[in-house]
Design a protein around this ligand. Structure first.
Ligand code: SF4
Length: 215
């Protein structure tokens, strides 16, 4: 299923971008940026490590926990028509993004989808961060496989592995591209970004003691 040429090409492009920028964007960078663009500035421009709340490290710990909760392939086949799947696939993409996709699903209708496990309960709505992470993985799949990606799936492991389908449209890929551009702009050009609009995030932020928003 893997397109060797595309993978190789993508790796070369990725290496060239890394050589030029010295930085490639992962889903964790995306989450941090979505939390607050200024957080990205403190961590990657001023190089001040997160040292108090291991907010994003916790996420990694949860990921390890999720590994033990993989969903039954027969169930997937019946429910959404999965022909084939690959697990824990490392991919790098054309915008200088890279990451490990929990599962890549090859579907009956000829499309391909990312599936992401979340150590969370389903709250009857899809959080923006979850959606953008899926779009991030969808972009990686698009960059490496010659198949359309029109939807992704989230498994909520704390709601009895509830499987939720999430449509992915061109506007979502455009939004991701804009975010990655802005994120790289902060890091490569040392652009000082505006703070998050959500002031309630500041008390939880490990940079609250040095951020002019709060001092
Ligand atoms: S204190 Fe608030 S504005 Fe400053 S980096 Fe943290 S979240 Fe962003």
């Amino acid at each position: 299923m893997m397109d060797d040429f595309n993978i190789e090409t993508s790796e070369i492009i990725h290496e060239e971008i890394q050589e030029q920028t010295g930085f490639s964007v992962t889903a964790s960078h995306l989450l941090e940026y979505l939390f607050c663009p200024r957080f990205t500035y403190f961590e990657y421009v001023l190089d001040i490590p997160q040292h108090e709340e291991k907010r994003f490290k916790v996420e990694v710990g949860r990921k390890i926990h999720e590994r033990a909760r993989k969903i039954n392939p027969d169930y997937l086949r019946k429910k959404i028509g999965v022909k084939d799947k690959q697990s824990d696939v490392y991919l790098s993409g054309s915008m200088g993004i890279r990451g490990i996709v929990d599962e890549i699903l090859f579907l009956d209708d000829g499309t391909t989808s990312p599936l992401d496990y979340k150590y969370a309960e389903y709250k009857e709505k899809i959080f923006k961060t979850y959606k953008l992470q899926l779009v991030f993985y969808a972009q990686l799949i698009k960059d490496n496989f010659n198949v359309p990606v029109t939807r992704g799936f989230i498994v909520y492991t704390r709601s009895k592995n509830k499987l939720i389908e999430v449509p992915i449209q061109q506007k979502d890929f455009n939004e991701l591209e804009e975010i990655v551009k802005n994120l790289l702009d902060i890091i490569q050009r040392c652009r000082y970004p505006k703070p998050t609009r959500y002031k309630r995030r500041c008390p939880d932020c490990c940079y609250r003691n040095i951020c002019e928003r709060t001092i």
